[in-house]
Structures are given as C-alpha cells and as structure tokens.
Design a protein around this ligand. Structure first.
Ligand code: ADP
Ligand code: MG
Length: 549
C-alpha cells in the first residue's frame, strides 16, 4: 500500500515517551548522543555484513554519519549509510520497546516510586525516543541496504501515534529529521552540535560530518601507542566504552602479537562494584573488535566471568570475520584470548600490589570478592595459585588494617614452619582471643585471619600455595601430638586425675564426640572443640543458618 498507515505505540512506549517529554531533563543534549550511536550501530552492522561477503545495495565507500543543521527551519538531520530498516523493522524497532536500557529505565522508575526521572535518563539513555525531548515531530527516512528493498518514511509527534508510508528516492541507510520545538532551537546551531559531539561521541568509529566538516577524531585509542594516550583520553574513553560516569582507577593498555594478535584497553572502575555487578549473570562491559570493526558489544567469554568488573575493548586480527556470532561465543580462539587476557590482567594486578600497595589494597577491599571467585571458578591448580597471588588477608604479624599477600607470608616463614596457617573468625578481636590461635601465638607463628564466610571455602579449595599446605589452625590443633608434662605443671592435674576427667567427659558426651585428649597448648582457655574436615567450613555453615530470618 502506498497510503500512509497509522499505528499506535505500544503501551510501554507511550509511557516512556510521556516521561521523557515531561521530565524537563536538564541535559537534553543526550538525544544527539543517542541518535549518533544508533547511526554508528547501523553502520557497524552494514560493515559486518559486507565483511561477511553479503551483497549490499550500493558500495560501502561512504560509511559516514552526515549531520546538517538548519536554523531557519529549526531542523537537525542525522543521516547514516548504515543497514537501514524494512517496514517490519521500522514498526518493531521504533514502535515497541525492545531495548534493554529503556526497559530497565521503566522498571527503575516503577520500582523507585517517586524516583527522579532526570537522574535516571542519563544513566540508561532512552535511545531513539529521547529525540522527543526536543522535537515536536520526528521523521525517519529509511531504506534497507539489502538488495531489492523499498524506502519508507516513518513520522510521529511522539503523542501516541505514528505513521509509516512508502517513499521514493530514499538513500540506502537512515535519515532522521528532528523538527525542533521553539525552545530547543539551539540544537539547530552548528557549534552547539559540534560541542555535544565532542563531549559524547568522540570515539564513534565512523566519521561524523557536521555541515560537511569532520567533527570527530576517529583514531581508536586501543590501536595507539600506549605512551601516546593521555590520562584524560583514557578517562573519556572509559566513560564512552563503559557507559560509565566515574573514572578508571587502573588502566591496562596492552598489545601483543603472540601467541595471539591482541590489542586491548581494560579499565578497573574507580567506583565500587554495584550489587548488580556481583551477580554472575551481569553483562560483560567489554567490546570485541577485529581490525576496528565492532564484532560484538558486551562480548561474553572474551574475559573469564570473574573479571566481569573490567570495562574496555579487545581487538584481535585473528578473529575470522565470517565466523557466526554463535560460534564466536566459544571457539578455540576465544578461549585462547581469554587465557592470554586473564594471565595479563593477573600479572598487571600483581605488579600493582607490589608497586602501589596502597591503591592495590583499596582495590582489594572493593573488588577482592571477584578475585576469590576467580580462585573458586578456575579448574587448574596452577591457575588457582596464580590468582591467589592477588588475595590479601589480615595477619597476626601486622597491625589492624594492614593486609598481607600469600607470597609475603611465605617470605616471612621460618625454617621450622612447613604450612600456611589461617584462622576464620567473625572479627579480629575474636580471632586474637581464640583458643586455636593461642598456641601458635606462643610459638610466634604468623596466622592469617579471615572474616568472610566464603574465605574458608576459597582457602579450602586452594589447598596449597607455592608448595605449602594451607591449613586451618583448627585442623592444626587436632593434629597436635604434643605430650603433656604432668609432673612439671605446677598446680595442674595429675595424670590419673586428668584420665579420670577425660573418661567422664567421654561418657557424658558419648555419641557426640570422637575423642577427648589433654593438650599442653592452651593457657587461658580450659578447653577447645575441634572438628574433622568440616571444621573449616563450620563458620560458613553457621553464617548460612543465622542468616535465615
Ligand atoms: P538501541 O539502540 O539500544 O537498540 P534505540 O531506541 O536507540 O535502542 O533504537 C531502537 C532500534 O531502532 C535499534 O536497535 C535499531 O534496530 C533501530 N534503529 C534506530 N536507529 C537506527 C538507524 N539509524 N539505522 C537503523 N536502525 C536503527
Ligand atoms: Mg540506541
């Protein structure tokens, strides 16, 4: 049909439009970022198909984003030579909310009750619909790049309805015309637009032209010489790739040619991880490129799960472009990349721990839980021990607040100490006054203190480090074979009295304990209870139970 057809927006979309239009959002300019990023996505999709050998309408010579401003007409036009849309795609993509960001936005608003939409829009970006913050009418001319496609025009004033109509002479790709509201006419000003591009879109991988002049610098940071990239550039790039608002605390810019070709820039955020990041289902924040072509945003599997707190870009020339996205998910190559990156990141963090102990220790306080997860989730002992170089614990040999690593601990061990000792307790106070600690303290043996329930699980899994067994002091106590010197102990029990007491205890506790024995180790405590094997997990188990409301 050639008649314009009218459609209604899906209910959720209407609601979103309503909120976006009404919340007098102070940074309206983000709509420029959203439309440019859509144009860029569309170009990346076209490039990707072309590289896979798909036949596309017209050449890929002009993969650019053209922006034109017209003050007189109060219009801003954003045109791309990207993949374009068919009629169905227009209706599906611009009439309904598929976008995860927008969905999360609405959810957040609904859950947050009276939450301030302004602060939430910036966080999620509401995509295409943000154009209605500034436009009284939006027209989308689009024609799919797949051969034999027809051109369409989609139009709406953002008030519940839109129309779709066939249209002649549409260039392959998409052209969006924003007819600005009078009060937003500033966005028809060339300089304003250039400034906004500089602020939000400097790293877009395609050239952006404003009224015929190039407005962005398109040299990708990760392909540059690490020495040439300034901290400011990293800050900006971090915010761009990570959709973040803070800064990176650590920057790893790494290039290698063997065993795989790899160029990557990875960031540890300045901010602490949110509850959501802790979730193992959290999305990856790393994009995968091959020779500057975006292969996959939020690429899973390029990094091991436990490194999901990193943000950045991984580029490898070795990725075959004709590989399907599904296969990419877990090819041998991706596994190789993952191993190389993990090793490099671990080495990087280990260096930090030695050269910049203070910031490393802060990092560990915020992100240590991921490192522990890394130990638990790796298969090989070598790998576990590599990652274990990064964990830190309180130590009986250090004042409160100073943590030690396992290599440091081993460095201080004397010749007559074979094993690494740890004690799990809810707090430093309880650890220091623990009967299990008493004997080792007397012998001047360093003990690591750990306070989190999962610490024991991690250390039990690790089992050893640098050929030293890692042993809970509870277990150590149980293995104690030290003889009691009955004659020497002044005011103590005689051997016969001690035996009598032990027999009595065995009867009273029968069926509930394996054995009772005398020890010379305790000084300020009359007795201790030790538990075989599960002993180390007792603390964990107890916490699990006490957490049940
Ligand atoms: P998102 O970009 O997160 O998917 P948007 O609301 O920004 O959400 O866009 C919705 C969808 O509309 C996109 O996923 C895409 O399929 C389509 N779209 C938007 N702009 C363009 C464009 N310039 N070219 C082709 N498709 C587009
Ligand atoms: Mg978008």
């Amino acid at each position: 049909t050639n008649e314009p057809q009218a459609y209604e927006f899906q209910a959720e979309t209407r609601m979103l439009l309503d909120i976006v239009a009404k919340s007098l959002y102070s940074e309206k300019e983000v709509f420029v970022r959203e439309l440019i990023s859509n144009a860029s996505d569309a170009i990346e999709k076209a490039r990707y198909l072309a590289l896979q050998g798909k036949e596309l309408d017209s050449s890929e010579a002009d993969m650019k984003i053209h922006i034109t401003t017209d003050k007189y007409d109060k219009t801003l036009t954003i045109q791309d030579s990207g993949i374009g849309m068919s009629r169905e795609e227009l209706i599906d993509n611009l009439g309904t909310i598929a976008r995860s960001g927008s969905k999360a936005f609405i959810q957040q608003l609904q859950e947050g009750g009276g939450a301030d939409p302004q602060s939430i829009i910036g966080q999620f970006g509401v995509g295409f619909y943000s154009a209605f913050m500034v436009a009284e009418k939006v027209e989308v001319f689009t024609k799919s790049r797949l051969p034999g496609s027809i051109g369409y025009i989609w139009a709406s004033d953002g008030c519940g309805k839109y129309t779709v109509e066939e249209c002649q002479n549409v260039e392959p790709g998409t052209k969006i015309i924003c007819h600005l509201k009078v009060e937003n006419r500033e966005f028809a000003d060339e300089q304003t637009i250039k400034d906004v591009i500089k602020k939000y879109s400097s790293f877009i991988g395609s050239p952006i032209e404003v009224n015929g002049e190039q407005a962005n610098n398109i040299k990708p940071i990760w392909l540059m010489d690490p020495k040439e990239v300034s901290p400011d550039q990293h800050d900006e790039f971090y915010r761009y790739v990570g959709s973040a608002y803070d800064k990176p605390r650590f920057v790893l810019h790494y290039r290698t040619d063997a065993p795989v070709d790899l160029r990557c820039v990875l960031y540890v955020p300045e901010g602490k991880p949110g509850l959501f990041d802790l979730n193992r289902d959290a999305e990856s924040s790393v994009s995968l490129y091959c020779r500057r072509v975006l292969i996959m945003n939020k690429a899973e599997n390029v990094l091991p799960k436990w490194l999901r707190f990193l943000k950045g870009v991984v580029d490898s020339e070795d990725i075959p472009l004709n590989l399907s996205r599904e296969l990419l998910q877990d090819s041998a190559l991706i596994r190789r990349l993952r191993t190389v990156i993990q090793n490099r990141v671990v080495r990087f963090l280990f260096d930090k721990s030695r050269k910049d102990a203070e910031s490393y220790s802060k990092f560990f306080t915020d992100y240590g839980i991921f490192i522990k997860e890394g130990i638990l989730s790796s298969q090989e002992q070598v790998e576990k021990e590599e990652i274990a170089k990064l964990i830190m614990y309180d130590s009986s040999a250090k004042p409160i607040g100073e943590k030690v690593t396992l290599p440091e601990y081993i460095g201080r061990m004397t010749d007559n100490q074979k094993d690494i000792y740890y004690l799990a307790a809810p707090s430093r106070e309880l650890a220091e006054s623990s009967p299990y600690f008493e004997a080792l303290k007397k012998r001047n043996v360093e003990v690591l203190f750990c306070y989190e329930p999962y610490d024991e699980v991690v250390l039990m899994q690790l089992q050893e480090f640098g050929n030293r067994k890692i042993i809970s002091v509870e277990k150590e106590m149980r293995q104690d074979k030290d003889a009691v010197d009955y004659e020497g102990a002044e005011g103590g029990l005689r051997r016969s009295q001690a035996n009598e007491l032990m027999d009595w205890l065995k009867t009273v506790l029968s069926g509930r304990c394996w054995g009772v024995k005398a020890t010379p180790r305790l000084e300020s405590h009359p007795c201790v209870i030790t538990v075989e094997e599960m002993g180390a997990a007792r603390h964990f188990v107890r916490t699990q139970f006490t957490q049940i409301p």
